[in-house]
Design a binder for this molecule. Structure first.
Ligand SMILES: Nc1ncnc2c1ncn2[C@@H]1O[C@H](COP(=O)(O)OP(=O)(O)OP(=O)(O)O)[C@@H](O)[C@H]1O
Ligand SMILES: [Mg+2]
Length: 371
């Protein structure tokens, strides 16, 4: 199983830079998701790794083998990179049944007849398409076709598998189930998965590492919980998490290597960092996840219920305070009257401080509101 390394990979069309100087180390057996909004360069990156798009500059290796190098003039064709593909515009063979579509790749690889039927049955079951086994693609819905495409790609157990939004045509429930199956399949197959999605929840739940891009530029490459808890900058902080992290302007004055006095939302507080930090500006943004704003009758902060969004298991409460609207998430179903007074706290040591100008995260810690 290979490890894939990208060094200074750039893709440029005329003056437009689709992917800008990307460095990435995709470890063996990892499940890496390329995440970002539409047009940020995810598909282009995947296509360059797969060999379907030629980078303008840079180098790509599979283990120690260079598969692309602009300097050394190396460009190994996709078929010789021994990888499986599943692209946004997957196409099934129209003249073959579902079973034949899945079996075809295995026949080409000269699998034994018996092994083929076992594997096809396995894939039909996992992808929940057993009842369509004898149908032709034109007799299936888009989501069903998509599941056949996944089955066909996974069947030969490729050592590297590229998937570009493979669950995009499925409804929410089926998407959830397929996520579970993909995660299991990844473990069972022991292959490296490189997966494209613009869905942050999908990236959070599936990946061993997230590669978050914006306008062709890598923002952060780290395990999901690190991206969630220690976002590298304001872009990442805002992109990951639903409801999004509260970002509040504040002024800060350093008191000691690990503490600062902060003014925000019309109150004063002491920020106690988890580690010593540098503060070169007084203009900061505080990043507060909605789960760190518990509502409590004795809370030190007071606002008004701007709107309440009960979802059953949890409720998002939008709290208006000093011209800001904050999101708080509480467990269970509650419903506040619009404009009702709400008291709440800021808890935990996962509150983040960002340099407002550069957007970079500079510290994490706790906020003690002064009474
Ligand atoms: N052949 C091309 N010529 C010029 N620009 C291109 C070409 N292919 C892609 N682009 C541009 O490069 C950027 C990245 O495209 P890409 O397909 O990688 O985006 P993406 O992140 O996969 O988006 P989506 O989520 O919408 O699929 C886009 O702005 C796109 O318009
Ligand atoms: Mg795309």
């Amino acid at each position: 199983m290979p490890r894939i390394t990208l060094k200074n990979v750039t893709k440029q069309w005329g003056k437009f830079i689709g992917v800008n100087d990307l460095n990435l180390d995709i470890e063996d057996k990892s499940f890496v998701t390329l995440l970002g909004s539409s047009g940020c360069g995810k598909t282009t990156t995947l296509r360059m790794i797969a060999g379907l798009e030629t980078p303008t500059r840079g180098e790509i290796r599979f283990d120690d083998k260079i598969v692309f190098s602009s300097e050394k003039n190396i460009n190994i064709p996709p078929a010789k990179r021994e990888v499986g593909f599943l692209f946004q515009n997957y196409a099934l063979w129209p003249h073959m049944t579902v079973t034949q579509n899945i079996a075809f790749g295995l026949e080409t690889l000269k699998w034994k007849k018996n092994d083929i039927s076992v594997r096809v049955a396995e894939m039909l079951k996992t992808m929940k398409i057993e009842q369509f086994a004898q149908r032709y693609p034109s007799e299936l819905s888009g989501g069903q076709q998509q599941r056949v495409a996944i089955a066909r790609t996974l069947a030969p157990k490729p050592r590297v598998l590229f998937m570009d939004e493979p669950l995009s045509n499925l409804d929410a429930k089926l998407r959830g189930e397929m996520r579970t199956e993909l995660k299991r399949l990844h473990k069972d197959m022991g292959s490296t998965f490189v997966y494209v999605t613009h869905d942050q929840l999908e990236a959070m739940t599936l990946s061993t590492k997230i590669c978050l891009m914006n306008e062709g530029v890598l923002q952060q490459y780290a395990p999901p919980l690190e991206v969630y808890n220690r976002p590298a900058n304001l872009f990442v902080a805002d992109f990951v998490g639903n409801p999004a992290m509260n970002i509040v302007d504040a002024r800060a004055k350093k008191l000691s290597p690990t503490t600062a006095e902060i003014d925000f939302l019309g109150c004063k507080a002491i920020f106690q960092a988890n580690e010593a930090f540098d503060l070169n500006t007084e203009n900061i943004s505080l990043g507060i996840r909605p789960e760190f704003l518990p509502i409590s009758g004795h809370g030190l902060l007071e606002g008004q219920a701007y709107s309440t969004l009960p979802a059953g298991m949890e409720t998002t409460v939008k709290i208006k305070i000093a011209d800001e609207i904050l999101s708080s998430v509480v467990f269970g179903a509650i419903d506040y009257e619009t404009d009702a007074r709400i008291r709440f706290n800021i808890t935990g040591n996962g509150i983040l401080v960002f340099d407002r100008k550069s957007g970079l995260m500079i510290a994490s810690g706790r906020v003690d509101v002064q009474e």
